[in-house]
Structures are given as structure tokens and as C-alpha cells.
Design a protein around this ligand. Sequence first.
Ligand code: BLA
Length: 243
Amino acid sequence: MYKPFVKHLENELFNRFNLQNRAIPAGLELKVSDRGRNPATIQSWCYQCPQLRKIRYTYIDAGESAQIFNSVIYPNHHYDLPLLGVDFLSFGKIKNLVVLDFQPLFQDDAYQRKYIEPLKFLHAKYPDLAQNLEMKFYDANQYFSKYLLFAKTDAETVATRLLAAFNDYLNLYWQMLDEAEPLQDPEDIARIVKAQKDYDQYSAERDPASGLFSSYFGHEWAERFLYGFLFEDAVPLAATAKK
Ligand code: BLA
């Protein structure tokens, strides 16, 4: 269901950037489970280029039971740009949840004006995908923008509206990256390193997918996937506390 979106992202990335493979720890790049009603495959890809230090995307294909496309793009630490976050999920064709955002590293006014206000007109262009839903797992005021696309929708809207929205958000992101001035001051850069790391820690701890990974692939694999790949700069707190 979301495979055309993966293809679109790949085409954009390969056309625009000089990508290099970025290693995925052994055993995490592909996994097949036959625990559920339909066999589930989870596959991930990871790249880097001078402007973007980590580009990762994952596809879960469990046939009719689940189709999920998840991606995060982390800019190089010399840029204070938001992260690009994508989470498109369908369960049993009925429950479709789409989230697309420029995930802000900071919430101050100057940052919002620079990186979030430009999203306003895109957000307004896709009212059917911007439903102002309440968040249950995450805090909407941390690492999310007020102009995120966030919708519970139908397969028809996914098929007819989402690709245009995805393309518009991506294009604006590439434009911002193009126009960004690299930070020079080591203190400014250290602040970005910390903010991106805090994002990983927060996301690893809140990720609503953790249970889903465990149920398909087992708890141990799920923890490795979360802390060893998806949010590799996060430290598993429970594990360190136990030692
Ligand atoms: C929700 N994301 C979810 C849910 C799952 C995932 C299972 C809960 C759906 C439900 O309501 O039942 C799945 N999350 C994943 C998967 C991965 C993951 C498969 O990290 C990794 C492969 N989530 C993101 C990113 C964004 C994001 C980058 O990973 C930003 C665009 C957003 N996901 C997001 C939001 C929700 C969600 C806002 C709703 C959570 C809430 O209500 O608080």
C-alpha cells in the first residue's frame, strides 16, 4: 500500500544526493516472522551523504494485516534543520494512520519562524490529512510541529491525496536544506548533537511500535532494532539500570 511512497523517496534521494550506504547492524536489516495470521517481513535501508548524516526507512509488509512505511532523515550536525519524519500505517485496510512532519529540534519562536512557519501553506493545502488528532503516546509539543499532517483516513485518500502531500513536504524540505547555512561554532554544533540525541532517547522510550515489533519478532529482537538501529543514539535505560 505504501510501496509507491518508498519508491518516490528513493528516487528523490538518489537523484538529489550522493548517497553512501550506512551500515545496519547484522540481523536487523531484514527479518521474517510467521507468528501472525499473515507472514510479516520487516526490511530497512540506511544511507548517508554530506548533508544528511542518517537517512533510514523501514517497510513492514504483513499482507492484509499490516503495511507500514516509517522513515526519519537526520541532517548533518552542522545544520539545525528539523528531522523529516514519516509514519504511514495501515492495519487490515480499515485503519489507516498517516503522520508526516518536519520534526523540530527546538520550540523557541525564532526556530518556529524559520523552519515551521513555511509549512503553514502546505498544511492548509491538505485539510483532509491534517485532522488535529490528539496524541496518546507522544507529547505533541515536543518534536512535532503544529503543521504536521496527521490523519486517520481511508485507503481512497491514501491512494489519491497522500503522494502529492508527501511530494510537497519533501520538496520543501530539500529547499530548506539547500538554503541552510552550515553552523561553524563548535558550541552550536554540540547543541545539535545533543538535540538529535535527545530526540532518539525520547522516541525510543515512547515508540508505540515497540509492542508490534515484539509480537512479530520477539522482545530481544525488538529492543535491538529500537536501540541498535532506529534510535541508535538512545541508551536503553532499563538495561543500564538492571546492571
Ligand atoms: C503512531 N506509529 C504509531 C503507532 C505505531 C507506529 C504502531 C500506533 C498506531 C496506533 O494508534 O495503533 C509504528 N513507529 C512505528 C513503526 C516505527 C516507528 C513501525 O517508529 C519504526 C519502524 N512516528 C515515527 C515518526 C513520526 C511518528 C518518524 O516513527 C513522525 C512523523 C509519528 N506515530 C507518530 C504519531 C503517532 C504514531 C504522531 C500517533 C501516536 C500518538 O497518538 O501519540
